[in-house]
Design a protein around this ligand. Structure first.
Ligand SMILES: Cc1cc2nc3c(=O)[nH]c(=O)nc-3n(C[C@H](O)[C@H](O)[C@H](O)COP(=O)(O)O)c2cc1C
Length: 171
């Protein structure tokens, strides 16, 4: 039996999304936790991040040419929560989380050293869709730790953090 539910409840019915820490150039650079993140194209390789206009990161992104999508592991959950609940308007998130910023190769936004994957993205398009504004970036450089395992990355939706879960089949 199925029930018809309204959109206030219905958005929760999505499976979890991948979770990222997005770094944005500024003085100091900022970090925002984002679950609204997706691959928008493989060729060119485009990644989009949905950011609400109330975020300090939105202000920074409007003035920025680039951002970096950093993929955190479960060991970074406290830092993920910090960057997802505190604003860069009030705190320096690199300083407070003790995450290490390292220079990117081709963009101004820094990489987070502790994240095993970093996508350097140059903003090519923006989309005003509704209560989130999509910043779409062309991936210029990808850094991946030699010991990277997808199993250790994080997913999030509707207030729940999860690991990706076991592999059940290959396509
Ligand atoms: C797990 C998690 C996921 C989040 N995903 C998003 C997102 O995709 N887009 C967004 O605008 N805010 C998202 N947020 C909220 C921002 O991270 C939060 O408002 C943050 O404090 C904004 O920081 P800023 O003001 O420095 O930009 C998320 C928060 C958490 C905890």
């Amino acid at each position: 039996m199925k029930q018809v539910i309204d959109e206030k409840e219905g958005w929760r019915a999505f499976p979890p999304f991948p979770l990222a820490l997005v770094t944005i150039p500024g003085s100091p650079p900022n970090i925002i936790t984002a679950a609204l993140i997706h691959v928008f194209s493989f060729d060119p390789f485009l990644i989009g991040v949905g950011i609400a206009p109330s975020r300090y990161s939105y202000e920074l992104l409007k003035a920025a040419k680039d951002f970096v999508v950093n993929i955190p592991t479960k060991e970074l959950l406290d830092q993920v929560m910090f960057c997802g609940t505190k604003s860069g308007r009030d705190v320096n998130k690199f300083e407070k989380t003790r995450l290490t910023d390292i220079p990117a190769k081709e963009v101004e936004a820094p990489l987070i050293s502790e994240c095993p994957v970093n996508f350097e993205c140059e903003i090519t398009q923006t989309l005003e869709t509704g209560d989130h504004y999509w910043f779409i970036g062309e991936v210029k450089v990808i850094h991946r730790d030699v010991n990277f395992s997808r199993e250790n990355t994080l997913c999030y939706w509707a207030g729940e953090f999860r690991l990706p879960g076991p592999l059940i089949r290959r396509r």
